[in-house]
Design a protein around this ligand. Sequence first.
Ligand SMILES: NC(=O)c1ccc[n+]([C@@H]2O[C@H](COP(=O)([O-])OP(=O)(O)OC[C@H]3O[C@@H](n4cnc5c(N)ncnc54)[C@H](O)[C@@H]3O)[C@@H](O)[C@H]2O)c1
Length: 259
Amino acid sequence: MTTLTAPETTSPFDLHGRTAVVTGAGRGLGQGIAMGLAQAGADLVLVGLPGSQEATAAQAVELGRSVRVVDLDVSDHDAIGPACESILAAGPVDVLVNNAGIIDRIDTVDVPASSWERVLDINLTGLFYITQGIGRSMVERGSGKIVSIASLLAFQGGIRVISYATAKHGVAGITKALANEWGPHGVQVNAIAPGYMATDNTTALREDPERAQAILDRIPQGRWGTPADVAGAAVFLGSPAADYVNGHVLVVDGGWMAR
Ligand SMILES: NC(=O)c1ccc[n+]([C@@H]2O[C@H](COP(=O)([O-])OP(=O)(O)OC[C@H]3O[C@@H](n4cnc5c(N)ncnc54)[C@H](O)[C@@H]3O)[C@@H](O)[C@H]2O)c1
């Protein structure tokens, strides 16, 4: 039987009165996501490398949002717990967006331990500890939304990016494991898999004429994505509109995976 409820006066995508933490929000997709959340009404806590996020903070303040900047290198795992405690001491977190990430393009036979470890330290282990630190409080409160930025390389192997593909498959694994574990506690855990987006992450690809053309030829929408293209998916997964979406990895790729 279907039960219709009275029309809501507020949009299910509305984030006014909610606080969102975004990592690596100083540029690229993180900046686009932070601004999308701010436009939807969210107050922000921007977590990232010292001196990198002030411009994003100023833009969100212009929209009338409350914004806090927290300096943190997510590869400094010992610093993550205290940073999470300091964020939570100022008030509860409703949405966590794990966006900070790096990529190293190297033939697998030449990958040094330092590169392998750094990519995994930032993209996977750092993401895990932040998710644990903020997610614990969501479990205790019985509500929260976690959105991690994965990649098409959570599904595919990629070319010359073995550490990145490994880390992003791991992000999808964390997403599904926590959807199982924290779903019963009112916390939804999802991920976004952006396609090929024009940011610093893909500069090397876009500067290689053959790779750039081959990539473009496979994207049905015929263009690279932008930070604004990912923002809507993050607002959706961070909002009440996604209250029954859990453990999903949402591709935002202009149709790449449909090809
Ligand atoms: N651009 C793409 O095509 C694409 C595709 C799929 C997934 N992604 C993912 O999107 C996310 C954002 O990447 P982007 O494309 O905006 O690239 P980007 O290089 O412009 O941004 C990366 C962000 O992460 C931050 N960061 C890097 N190392 C950090 C550290 N140690 N501690 C804290 N912050 C750190 C940077 O300061 C920056 O804000 C990444 O997780 C990336 O893997 C990007």
